[in-house]
Each structure stands twice: as structure tokens, then as C-alpha cells.
Design a protein around this ligand. Sequence first.
Ligand SMILES: [Fe+2]
Length: 386
Amino acid sequence: MQPFDFQPRTRFVFAPDALDRLGALAAELDARRVLVVTDPGIVAAGHVARAVESLRRQGLAVSVFDQVVENPTTETVDRCLVHAWSFAPDLLVGLGGGSSMDCAKGVNFLYTQGGRMQDYWGVGKARRPMLPMIAVPTTAGTGSEAQSFALISDAETHVKMACGDPKAACRVAVLDPKLTVTQPRQVTALTGMDAISHALETAVTTRRNAVSETFSRRAWQLLVSHFPRVLRDPEDLTARAAMQLGACLAGLAIENSMLGAAHALANPLTQHFGIVHGQAVGVMLPVVVHYNAQEPSVAAVYQQLLDSLPEHSVQTAQGEGPGQRLAALLQGLLQEAELAGRLQTLGVPQDALPRLARDAAEQWTGRFNPRPVNAEVLESLYRQAW
Ligand SMILES: [Fe+2]
């Protein structure tokens, strides 16, 4: 028996055009002044204008910070914080991909608690109440809308800090699958692969429990069976909705189970070589699956995950044992998404692997991997993926 402490904190509103309900949802939270945190691409897609219109229709004062960048740093958060100080919001909206939602959460820490982002690295370091926040994801990837963690990189060291507190959890997540249709193909591929890695890593961590397993498994089914469809037909709203829901459920799984070695290995690749997160985690996932499958209880979970997929989704899953079959299926998905399956292709020099492995060994998330990993093991995993 694995004990757990599960408290749902977020209300999830899932419907086409749910974005138009943003104003009413904010008003229900007694908001008067709303700061929308987003990026220029989301402005260009027209989503920000719609969000602002919905908020203003409720008579709310709205200000927009649209300078979020990919992998937001402490600098991004500081710039948004200055904006927040001058506007004095009583509610935050994170509108965009994981970066916008994480930036809004990061600002929430500093705006309500003071100090610097580094002070909140870890879990449960906020002492005062935080502002209510509404997340509106426009990608199907991080599942940040379902988590109480903000991932913010230190602008100087480039180390990704996970800053978590139950008070940072979103009060509402608005899941409008129509918003994800505007994602470029590359973003669909990268965020989809990330979401799949969340479903898979959470399914086997040492923290997995009855609640997280429920989310991991449903997320896995939704994501793997619809990923090829959104790649082939970006306008397929049914498949987009399944991906968005899958990514969100995988986010809930993370909140209740943590992640594993593929994320520990991915972070240094992003830090040192600027490899985008979805690609970094995708390239490492097959070798991690192969490694984890040596543990019989994990192999059994992998087998169940394979069995839960429809026939057409497991055609590429060839090999001996669930580990090999699952790794083959993942390689097939990478190919279909036109993502690299080897570190060499991504321009990572072989002599960088020991250094990367030392950094990966320091990643907190590696501690929850079902088979223990140290620098030596991680280096061998990098070599296998090279
Ligand atoms: Fe991830």
C-alpha cells in the first residue's frame, strides 16, 4: 500500500470556447483588477484580445504583460513583477504555454511574499496568502495548470528551479481545446512529447499511488492514441481536445507522483545546449524506459500501459519484453513527430556526457525514479542515447 495526501485545489472548466467564460470565472473569484501574463505569439493569435474582452465585459480592470519568453528566467519574472507593482492586481491570469503559466505563478510568489525567486525553490516556502490565479493553457504539454509548481530558470546559472507551494495552485483552469489548434506543428510535437513523458514517468515513480496512477493511465491512453492524429491533422478538434485533457491529467499525475530520470537527464541538455524541453526529454525517454524495465514491478506497469492502447497505436511496439516494446513505440512517436532520436543528431559532443551526467545526478526529480540513478548510471544512459 502506498499512502497519499490528495487535495484537489483547482476547478477545471473544459469546453470549446471556454475562453469566453474567463470574465465570469474571474468575477466569481471577486476580482476587480486582473493582470494577464502572456507572450507575443499568443497576442498575435488573437487569444489575448478575446480574454481581455471577456474580462472587460464583467467590468473588470485589465492590464496585459506580454513579454514572457520560453523557459522564463528570474529576469522575466522580475520584469513582470515591476508591471504587477504598477498595476496592483487582485487576480492573475496565466494565458499561454507552460512558460506564461509558470511566469504568472512566479510573480505571484514575489508579489505576495517579497524576496527573490530563489527563496521559494523547493516546496511550501510561502508564508502569506497568494493571489487567486486562473490558468488558460494554449498548448497541450506541461500541465502546469494542474500543478502548484512554477519552473523558473536562474538567469545567471541557468539552473531550472522548481518552486512549489499549495497556495500557488491555480483556482481555475480554463481548458479550451480550440486555443490549441493555433499551435505550430513543431510546438504540437514538442509539447505532445513532453506530456507523454509526464504520463509515463509519473506511472512508475517511487511515489506513485492509487490517485496518481488513475491520472497517469488515462493521460497515457488519451495522449498516445491521439498524438499521431494532431500531427497529421492539426485542425482535428476531437484529437486536440484529447491531447489537452491528457496533458492536464498528466499534470495532475505529476502533482501526486513527481517525475523521473528522463526529466533529470533532460534538464542539463536544455541548460548547456539549449535543447528544447520536449525534445530533450523525448530523446532520453526510450533509454530510461529500457533501464527501468529491469525492475519487474515497473515492467508490469509498462505492460499494462501497452495493453491499454488501441491496436493501431501499438504497431511499432516490437521487441522482447515490455521495456523494449515500449521504447520502440516511443522511438516511433519521435519519428512521427520529426524529433531527433539520438543525442548525436542534436549536436551534443560525446565528451560532454560526463559533465552532463554530474549535473543530471543533482536533479531533484531523479530521486523519484523507480530504479536508483547516480552519475555513473546517468552517464551510461546518455551514452546509450548518443
Ligand atoms: Fe516535462
